[in-house]
Write a protein that binds this ligand. Structure first.
Ligand SMILES: Cc1cc2nc3c(=O)[nH]c(=O)nc-3n(C[C@H](O)[C@H](O)[C@H](O)COP(=O)(O)OP(=O)(O)OC[C@H]3O[C@@H](n4cnc5c(N)ncnc54)[C@H](O)[C@@H]3O)c2cc1C
Length: 258
């Protein structure tokens, strides 16, 4: 049902349970109607209410995808997340939140309890193109997307996944083709986004002999810019051969809270 001329309501999901996947990652399982779950991903424009607000003022979505915010204070923040898993048969969507300690989304996830709600304004693809040889580069925020890419990859796929996490306790089991090496990089004490662990790891890689190559990169924005420049320059990857997106910005919120 349209809420106003040419707009539609957002899809609201309800928290069923939470699980600590690792010390820094909380999985929030949300329920919705099967058709909503089937459409909820993989990339989500998530509407996160202020902690404790069970009746937030949701925006509507215009036909062109624009979010139409209610007048005045609405207490809802817009953030991008990835559906780690969608199970329409059970009516469940899992979202893995990095508990980085600040920001409306991380704060909401840390406090989430059954019955809490959040909403999805729109969805998008992961931006990955299957190829014979893949390079996957990311930090904890990219693990949900990389886990989906690896799980969906053709069994004959070859390549390398470079995954930056704080320490071994943050590693997660991943289903992946035998020909894709999964290499965990531990940053140790430095703040996330501070060290150029991923940049340095990519800088020593030689491009594969296989011309059917695709690189997918997501992490802190400055890291992604440096990796993207290396892959476009030294590896000579064209636009259709890579997808490199800043998933968060060090010291800056992704957008204002409502
Ligand atoms: C397409 C896409 C998919 C994403 N999928 C996921 C996902 O599945 N899971 C996930 O956890 N994140 C994911 N992210 C990243 C997430 O959107 C950002 O981390 C976002 O900034 C979190 O919002 P917030 O409200 O918690 O913090 P914000 O209000 O945006 O930022 C507040 C402060 O926290 C800092 N900050 C933000 N993120 C981090 C971090 N990871 N580590 C350390 N400091 C941080 C900022 O620099 C800022 O100082 C995704 C991003 C994109 C673009």
């Amino acid at each position: 049902m349209s809420t106003a001329e040419g707009t539609r309501p957002v899809d609201v999901l309800t928290v069923v349970s939470t699980t600590d996947v690792t010390p820094a990652v909380r999985r929030v399982s949300l329920s919705a109607a099967p058709e909503v779950v089937a459409a909820a991903g993989p990339t989500l424009a998530l509407l996160v209410p202020r902690v404790g607000d069970r009746a937030p003022q949701w925006p509507d979505v215009a036909r062109d995808g624009r979010i139409v915010w209610p007048q005045g204070s609405h207490g809802v923040a817009l953030r991008s997340y990835t559906a780690r898993r969608q199970d329409p048969a059970r009516g469940l969507v899992d979202i893995d939140f990095v508990l980085h300690g600040d920001g409306p989304a991380a704060t909401w996830a840390a406090a989430a309890t059954p019955g809490d709600v959040l909403a999805v304004a729109s969805v998008a693809p992961l931006g990955h193109t299957p190829a014979g040889w893949v390079l996957l580069v990311g930090d904890e925020t990219a693990l949900p997307a990389i886990s989906r890419i690896l799980a969906a990859a053709d069994p004959g796929t070859r390549g390398l996944a470079l995954l930056e996490v704080a320490d071994p306790a943050e590693e997660q089991p991943l289903v992946h083709p035998a020909g894709v090496e999964v290499r965990w990089l531990h940053r140790g004490d430095p703040d996330p986004g501070a060290p150029d662990l991923l940049v340095a790891a990519v800088a020593v890689l030689e491009p594969p002999a296989d011309p059917d190559v695709f690189a997918w990169v997501a992490a802190e924005s400055a890291t992604v810019r440096a990796v993207r420049a290396d892959l476009r320059g030294r590896w000579g990857l064209g636009r259709a051969q890579h997808h490199a997106i800043g998933y968060w910005r060090r010291g800056r919120a992704m957008s204002p809270a409502g």
